[in-house]
Design a protein around this ligand. Structure first.
Ligand code: GUN
Length: 282
């Protein structure tokens, strides 16, 4: 039987609805909307679209967005100065610097100037460290969205064999920690793993975040698995994931489509993070 499709759009819409209610209640209590500052440096086409989508999502859900579009010639010092201003601005509850930054800027140095309390992306060392320690923190949005998608299937994470393919700072590492926090037994595979099929074939939950079209074929997946495809690859103007969807859906019990799976969840969880940050600062 073909897998059930995990509808990321639908789940994201439900989360946004909850966010909106919380944001409206915040407005009623404080006389101002929760605020997100979004900084975009340069004119990277894809980043421009991502930023526009984030701003639209804020506007639709009672969150005030403050867009700062800076030219590619902006210096690192100027950008850091703006971040400090936003750190001190009481109407700004969350700050997001869209990545990648132009090559003359040191990404880690720039991000380290954002107040950890306003780290809407959950990318800062302090928040990543707190996730590792199991302390409350603002967590990276895509991994939080993945946990929601897995929970929506009704399958237990507790005790499951989870395999994560990819070890990036923004998906692979934090999703591994979140799965472990939810009592899964987690294996991380990456570009130096020998024959990752030996691991992926035993995964009750398989999370693939590599960025390689068609990486995961049906024979690499355990029958009945939950498969989460984080890949976003472009081919002939179309978006596709890392998983060979048509064949893997015949083996898995649950699978995320691309587009319409993980993608919509990232923005929904970003909004949730902003509300969390605002409530902690209130
Ligand atoms: N560039 C690509 N994805 C992201 C993201 O989730 N957050 C930020 N700030 N930049 C990105």
């Amino acid at each position: 039987m073909s897998a059930q499709i995990i509808d990321g759009k639908k789940i994201a819409a439900q989360i946004k609805q909850e966010v909106k209610l919380e944001a409206e209640a915040y407005l009623a209590r404080n006389g101002r909307k929760i605020g997100l500052a979004v900084i975009l440096v340069g004119d990277d086409f894809a980043s421009g679209i991502y930023v526009r989508n984030k701003i639209n999502a804020c506007n639709e859900n009672c969150i005030q967005s403050f867009a700062h579009r800076l030219p590619a010639s902006t210096t690192e010092e100027e950008l850091i100065e703006l971040i400090h201003k936003l750190n001190d601005d009481k109407t700004v509850d969350g700050i997001l610097v869209q990545l990648p930054l132009p090559s003359h800027m040191r990404q880690n140095v720039v991000l380290s100037h954002i107040s950890a309390k306003k780290d809407a992306d959950g990318f800062l060392a302090e928040n990543a460290g707190n996730l590792m320690l199991g302390n409350p923190s603002l967590n990276a949005c895509t991994p939080c969205g993945i946990i929601e998608l897995i929970k929506s299937t009704g399958r237990s994470i507790d005790g499951a064999n989870a395999v994560v393919i990819g070890r990036s700072n923004i998906v692979g590492k934090p999703i591994s920690l979140l799965l472990m926090e939810n009592n899964a037994t987690v294996t991380m595979c990456h570009s130096h793993t020998n024959n990752f099929i030996n691991f992926s074939r035993h995964a009750d939950i398989l999370v693939v975040a590599v960025g390689k079209k068609g990486l995961i074929k049906a024979d690499m997946v355990k029958k009945g698995a939950v498969v989460i495809d984080v890949g976003m690859n472009r081919q002939d103007g179309h978006l596709c994931g890392d998983v060979e969807y048509d064949e893997v859906k015949e083996v898995a019990d649950f699978i995320t489509p691309v587009p319409g799976g993980v993608g919509p969840m990232t923005i929904a969880m970003l909004l949730k993070n902003i509300v969390k940050a605002a409530l902690a600062l209130e």
